[in-house]
Design a protein around this ligand. Structure first.
Ligand SMILES: Nc1ncnc2c1ncn2[C@@H]1O[C@H](COP(=O)(O)OP(=O)(O)OP(=O)(O)O)[C@@H](O)[C@H]1O
Ligand SMILES: [Mg+2]
Length: 237
């Protein structure tokens, strides 16, 4: 096992409110890592700082041996760390296909882009069916699929997801988790933030529990699922 993305002692503030208080994460290449915690724990803030959309006060984000911490957000995407757009911020007035093409806009490897488009259509057949339709006409779950597919078109080495199952019907939640597993099986490293703690820990090799901006538990997904503290706080009886 080798590390691909290391977050070292990351501190992130909003004004003088410190939301993330020195967290360290170690993502192993090809694995799903879950980051779970209650509302307001600092999960989204952590992801935004990793993807460069928020500048941390201190700490480092290191991909392989490259320090991404000071890079602009689009450079971080180009380096291979790609966050699935928040709130399914897809472009509703463009077609599904145009949204996917935009995901690949920084890439120059045309033949591989064509292959990747075929791959995301195979992962999400509904997107192929609706390719020429406006993205705004997709259902909430389909828009979430499009957001994930668009991020994949950027050819990430590490995919960051912030509550991809939020607000979706149970069948759609199941489908999203199935696809995440399938994407991971191609070797893609995933950092998954979820409120759906049970499902997230089930598919994650490793997990971290965040409370009030600090990591309070780090273990295998399996062990966390059986940890009495996790059961009490996040899984119910
Ligand atoms: N734009 C902001 N300005 C000021 N404070 C913020 C801002 N965004 C988040 N916070 C605060 O930072 C802390 C962490 O918020 P964050 O959104 O990262 O939590 P979260 O774990 O993603 O929660 P949730 O599960 O509700 O999405 C919270 O106390 C929140 O109120
Ligand atoms: Mg959040």
């Amino acid at each position: 096992m080798s590390s691909i993305l290391r977050i070292h002692d990351l501190v992130v503030s909003y004004g003088h409110i410190e939301a993330v208080k020195g967290i360290s994460l170690d993502l192993q290449e090809g694995e799903i890592t879950a980051l779970v915690g209650a509302n307001g724990a600092g999960k989204s803030t952590s992801l935004l700082a990793i993807s460069g959309l928020l500048k941390p006060v201190s700490g480092q984000v290191i991909l392989d041996n490259k320090d991404l911490t000071k890079l602009a957000a689009h450079k971080i995407v180009q380096s291979g760390v790609v966050q699935v757009a928040e709130g399914r911020a897809i472009l509703t007035t463009l077609t599904v296909r145009e949204n996917l093409e935009l995901g690949a806009y920084t890439r120059k490897d045309k033949p591989q882009i064509v292959k990747d488009l075929a791959w995301v259509f195979a992962l999400f057949p509904v997107l192929e069916t609706r390719a020429s339709g406006l993205a705004g006409n997709l259902s909430g779950g389909e828009q979430q699929m499009l957001a994930i597919a668009r991020a994949l078109m950027a050819k990430p080495r590490v995919l960051l997801l912030d509550e991809p199952s939020m607000g979706l019907a149970p069948l759609m939640v199941k489908e999203i988790f199935r696809v995440l597993k399938e994407i991971n099986q191609t070797g893609l490293t995933i950092l998954l933030v979820e409120q759906n703690v049970r499902q997230a820990l089930k598919i994650a090799r490793h997990g971290y529990v965040l409370e009030n901006g600090k990591i309070v538990l780090a273990d295998s997904g399996e062990n966390l699922l059986h940890n009495p503290k996790v059961i009490e706080a996040y899984l119910g009886a």
